[in-house]
Design a protein around this ligand. Sequence first.
Ligand code: ADP
Length: 251
Amino acid sequence: MIEFDGVVKRFGDHVVLRELDFTVSPGEFVTLIGPSGSGKTTILRLLMTLERVNEGRIHVGGECLTHMPKGDAMVPANEKHLRRMRKRIGMVFQQFNLFPNMTVLQNVTEAPIRALGLSKEEAEGRAAELLEMVGLTEKRTARPSQLSGGQQQRVAIARALAMRPDVLLLDEVTSALDPELVAGVLKVLKEIASTTDITFLCVTHEMQFARDVSDRVMMFDQGQVIEDAIPEKLFTAPEHERTRAFLHAVL
Ligand code: ADP
């Protein structure tokens, strides 16, 4: 569902990703861990097309994200190609980024109506199911400012799912939350991961969550995957010294 093939990303002289290769299978939940500055967020931003690769290719759902066919050649993707591909990829951010002047319901129906062309009734039907899934049916007419951080993040999750993405990217979705609100958000994500066939790529500092929910964990350092294993293995018997040192520092 996701394939990075020789991806290089530089900011000026600073090489952030160096010939990065990895794949994520359909329905898999993969978590990226590693020290701050190792390139994890850059991977998500490339998938969201907020950044462009310098070299290499990224495929999503069997289709090239970064390039498109032109005649017999592949050329860098244009805005139209990117816009179409973006509909397949959802993202939930650390800062929930809800529309403050809209109700919870409008936040969840806005993109499906505008970007997918759903009728208001269809979008509201879809939103009702999702708000129930995240436990916020009774908040449908509230504004984001009337909700706790945990509730806002659950609205953001419902909003991303309303687009029925193939892939959902999660970027430190609990870092901005008060500790007592973290569990509710993680529980909702775990439920979604186990009941849908969405493919997840997650960046988190919540090692317990990574261990609970991931099919696979990739340890990153300096723009490279240095260890890629099932959570039981990576957290209990890591092979690399750098993974051991990182886990020792964060656990
Ligand atoms: P992580 O998510 O693992 O903490 P990031 O992907 O955010 O790491 O960042 C990797 C490196 O790329 C860092 O050194 C960061 O300073 C640099 N970087 C990220 N975005 C930019 C940018 N827009 N301009 C310049 N440098 C950037």
